[in-house]
Write a protein that binds this ligand. Structure first.
Ligand SMILES: [Zn+2]
Length: 210
């Protein structure tokens, strides 16, 4: 009898210690859409450069017509490299080596951050058009850039802020050689946008993958 009472006393104390911990954990589920300031530009995109349109044209050719909104991809060299694939949380159309990288990125996110993984969506990848507010082709024109939505919400451009979810995805894209649009100049800040960096484009070219 006595030992039973001691055991139940121990379990009672243990449950008091453990249960509040569980309750606290549930109450603090991460809001991945929450807006936070973008990290300082010097602290992101280390060793990576955003490829300009001249370089992209040199490597892959002009994709099509320079239009305001999405127009047809007419370059046969690029067309041959375009694939559509289910990369886990979403189905995307883009340049083959970029799609393969997305596949690896999202597989890793699924393993490390399943709650974030479930909230990943896209606002598009391949789209032949000008940079918004710019004069030359956007990297979406070759299908090497992707815009990410978190829980169906699109981050606002140019406000110097990003979503917690995008900030947490950044290291995965960086590891694969993708440049984060949060590193553009203040007015052009575009943290939903990740694109194959100049370094990655050159590597793909050297490896005959593009
Ligand atoms: Zn974009």
């Amino acid at each position: 009898m006595k030992s039973n009472r001691i055991i139940s006393a121990i379990f009672g104390t243990l449950s008091l210690l453990v249960l509040p911990g569980i309750a606290v954990k549930q109450a603090h589920a991460i809001d991945y859409t929450r807006s936070i300031p973008t990290p300082a530009r010097g602290s992101i995109n280390q060793n990576l450069t955003s490829p300009d349109a001249e370089l992209m044209i040199r490597l892959l050719g002009r994709p099509g017509r320079l239009t305001e909104n999405c127009s047809d991809l007419t370059n046969p060299q690029v067309k041959r490299l375009i694939v559509t694939k289910d990369v886990g949380p979403l189905k995307v159309t883009g340049l083959k080596p970029a799609i393969e990288a997305l596949d690896r990125i999202f597989a890793q996110v699924k393993q490390d951050k399943p709650d974030l993984y479930k909230q990943i969506g896209t606002a598009g990848m391949l789209c032949v058009r000008k940079v918004r507010g710019g004069s030359n082709f956007s990297n979406h024109s070759w299908g090497t850039a992707i815009d990410i939505k978190i829980n169906r919400e699109l981050d606002e451009r140019g406000d110097g802020k990003t979503q917690v979810g995008l900030n947490e995805l950044y290291p995965y894209f960086h590891r694969e050689g993708f440049y984060w649009g949060a590193g553009y100049s203040r007015a052009r800040e575009d943290s939903m946008h990740f694109e194959a960096s100049e370094e990655l484009m050159r590597r793909w070219k050297a490896q005959n993958r593009i």
